[in-house]
Write a new protein. Structure first.
Length: 218
């Protein structure tokens, strides 16, 4: 596909950290094969872009959007997803977001999601989850290991990746205790006519690249 014909994917990086490009080199390379990558690092640029464009997906790459001074940008993102857009929250967001900020952010989307556990284990696709029509469960890698900030209090159908059967904590410090599937490392919900996804992976696992690309419809 000619680059001009590729769909736009917006990286919304209002708390941009230069190490992002190094940490997520593989992801950026893969994404650029199928999409036009646009990135904004401040509120004014974000507002201008969203007033002039309707990207296929918005990737919220860090904690900047939930800062008080950026509420007008959050309002634009809310309007975008309610009108049918796709938003993926992840990358540095779970690393640098506090519990109260996490809850307030998702509450703005009408979700009761709260800060969950922070641990590594094996995760699998929840067969009872609800996904957009263009995301097939069989297209998602499963199972795979990731260290993640979990979502708690998501509805059963909103939990996309849950601890695999028999999963235990994977750690060199903590005991390998069993983990229930009450929380999710990856969650998603229909918001208006659109969809919002949360990816709790904090290390940028290779499989998570595939997950985000699928969520982007690529």
């Amino acid at each position: 596909m000619d680059s001009a014909e590729r769909p736009q994917v917006l990286l919304l990086s209002l708390a941009y950290w230069a190490a992002f490009d190094e940490i997520y080199t593989t992801f950026i390379d893969k994404l650029s094969e199928s999409a036009q990558i646009k990135r904004v690092k401040n509120a004014n640029a974000a507002i201008r872009f969203l007033e002039e464009n309707t990207p296929k997906t918005i990737l919220i790459t860090d904690q900047g959007l939930h800062k008080k001074g950026n509420k007008h940008v959050l309002d634009k993102v809310l309007a975008y997803v309610h009108s049918g857009g796709t938003v993926v929250v992840g990358f540095h967001f779970p690393n640098f977001t506090e519990g109260n900020e996490f809850e307030a952010f998702f509450k703005a989307f009408g979700l009761s999601w709260v800060f969950g556990n922070y641990q590594r284990t094996d995760f699998q696709v929840n067969p009872s989850c609800t996904l957009p029509a263009n995301v097939l469960p069989k297209s998602l890698p499963s199972p795979y290991s990731m260290k993640a900030l979990h979502v708690d209090k998501a509805r059963p159908e909103e939990k996309i990746y849950v601890p695999a059967d028999g999963a235990r904590v994977q750690s060199h410090v903590f005991p390998a205790t069993p983990i229930s599937d009450s929380q999710a490392a990856v969650a998603g919900a229909k918001i208006g006519q659109g969809y919002l996804f949360y990816l709790g992976d904090v290390n940028g696992e290779e499989e998570s690249t595939q997950v985000v690309l699928r969520f982007c419809g690529l």
